[in-house]
Structures are given as structure tokens and as C-alpha cells.
Design a protein around this ligand. Sequence first.
Ligand code: CA
Length: 430
Amino acid sequence: MLVSRICRRRSSRLVAASSLFLLAACSQAPTAADALPGSPAAAATEVIPQADQPQSFEQWQAAFRAQALQAGIRGEVIDSAFNGVSPDPSVIQADRSQPEFTRPVWEYLDSAISPVRVRKGQALLGQYADALQRIEQRYGVDRQALVAVWGMESSFGQFQGDKSVIRSLATLGYEGRRPAFAQEQLIAALQILQNGDIDPEHMLGSWAGAMGQTQFIPTTYNAHAVDFDGDGRRDIWNSAVDALASTAQYLQASGWQHGQPWGLEVQLPQGFDYAQADGSLRKPVSEWLAQGVKLPPGTVLQPGLAQLQANLLLPAGYRGPAFLVLDNFRAILKYNNSSSYALGVSLLSQRFASGGYVLGSWPKDDLPLSRTERIELQTLLSAAQYDAGTADGIIGANTRKAIRSAQQARGWPADGYPTHKLLDSLRQGQ
Ligand code: CA
């Protein structure tokens, strides 16, 4: 279960979906720290026979070899990488499982910003102060954010995944749910080996091919990994300095604005139009304030913030805390397209300096719908003429729009957030 949740989280990054705040199952994913190597879910599973598997692994491998040669990978690099490689049943098991339950965002944040992680991050900010200063100067990304991503991705390098990346990706390329994507990653992984950054034996990662302290997939590695400690190799596995600089390079390329905050918590006035909490709706902070959105008592707007573009984020619907989020929040979403993840990184980075406390209260009586319930909600919405798109259990833009319409028809606040109350109402045909 844990592994499959990680799967969804990774998948959302892999496809780099453009729609923001896609509160899919992955958005309440556990932290990378939960991806303990050799967890029970990943162990002792059997190969699931596939009736429609048209070719043997050896046949697939031969065809892939030709493809890799064509992509410019040398034969000896391919042969050494594939030496003794067989499909990994635990990878297929993880790829095919769907998490039924998701953690509420407040519980996810509690573990993302645990006191142990905060203390460790603070110590590392001191330990790596010189390198972080040079990285900040070079890439313009704030050091607290880099250390927060590092903590979220691998618990500061502690949990990187212990699977052979070549074996995992070969397994997924052969019989995974998205073989073309896995094969593209596998070619990229072979390019890394050919470049000499790491050898096959030490190229380890998650079952989905996320590697090292930054949990980069191979194409992200090729685009963004850097050698910052100057040893000639981009070593995101063993060099914290390389990992931090690579994270900075990626965030810079994703539109990070140096010195800007990720966003701010706000309070919404009575009768507010909650339908405006939509990832596609951005307007200047000043316009939100003109609409009656308020800063919490005792806080003031930083200079220059008023004209910045912001989205309104309601991570737990209208009953929970509200945030205006800026460019840097969007940059974190490019790292991992989950608003819970981005909120976790953002609050953790502030907590290193004793900030990042959420003032609004979470609706703890409003637990997230299970996957089965989300599918039922989508099915009932569509049956009631609110087109929720494919009933896949993922609350994307279409489903959110359908929820808003159903909420509006009932005279409820139209925040687009899936609740048990709405599900019950639809079940009763009200
Ligand atoms: Ca290096």
C-alpha cells in the first residue's frame, strides 16, 4: 500500500501534468520517508501471470537493445547494464496496486513537518551553510526550500530506495502499465551510465525509477542534475552538495523567484465565492484583498507582494484553512504535482526558522473519500448530468467542476471539494 501510494505520487510528477492542484490520490501521499526499502508491500510477492504478454522478457530485451543502440547507447553499456537482469515481481505488484485510502492533508502535514525532521533540517542548514550559500548565489533558490525538498524526498538522503533502477525500469518497460514511458526513462538511465556518473550496481532508486537524494527520474536527472562539488560526476546518490544544487537547478528552471515567499495564509469573508479556489484562476494579491480576502490578525503584507499573481488554495475545502499561493509554490508543484506536497515543502521551509504554522483549523470531522467512494461520486455526478469525466477516482479539473455545479444546485458553498455530505446527497437522489 505504501509503495503504491508512492507510485501515484511519482506518477504525477512523471507525467508533469499541467493542471494545478490536482488533488489526486497521490496528493495525500506519504513522505518519501515511508518508502522504506524492503517494506512488506514490496516483498514476497509472486509474479502475476499475464495472459496477454505477447513476448518473453528476452525477446523484449532484444527489441529494446536495438532501440537503445539507435538512441546512441553503446552496445557494451547496454550489455553491462542488463547483465543478469530479470523482471522484478515487486515492481509489477507496486505498479498495479491502487491505494484505497488517502491520508487527510492535516495528518500528511504533521508527518511532513515532524519535529525530528525540522531539527535535522536545521542542523543540516548549519552543516552545509557554505555550500548552500554558493548554491543560492548560483541558482537563486532559497536554501530553506532546498533543504525542505531534500527532507521530503529522501529524509535528507536516508531513504533513497534500494532497487536497481535498470531492473525496475526494464520490468516496467516489459510489462508495466505505461511501457513507452518506462522505456524512455530506461534509455535516459543508460545515457547516465554511458556518461559515467554512476555504475549500474550503484544506480539505485524507488520501484518507479526515482533516484538518489533528490528522487529524480532519469529524464529529470539528464535535464537538471549538476556536479557542484567538482569531482566531475553528477552524484545525487552520495553527494549532498550535488543533490542540493541539482534541486536548485530544477526549481530555478521551474520558475523560482528568489526572495519571494511561497504564499501566505488568508481568511475569507462571509459569502465568499469559493468557486474562485481554482488552480487556473490567478490574479494579483491586491485584487484578492479588494474582494475582502484578509490577512490573519497581526500579520502585514510584505512590500512588493500586492502585485504578484496568486491562486487561492483550499486544501480541505471551504471549512479549512485558505492560502494565496505564488510562483514559488507553482515551482514546487513542478517537482511533484500535489498541492499537499507543495504545502509540506513550503511550511517545512518556514518551520526551520520557527514559522510555518497554519492558523486556520482543519475540518477533522471531514475525512477524505476513499478511492471507491470517489469513483462512486464521479459516477453519480455524471448520472445526475454533471459531467465528472472518467470515473477513475482522481479528482481532476472535470470532477471539481462537476462537484461545484452540484454544490451550486444545492445552494452550498461551491468549493469543488469532494465530501461525504455530497456523496450522501447524490446517493439519495436529492
Ligand atoms: Ca559531484
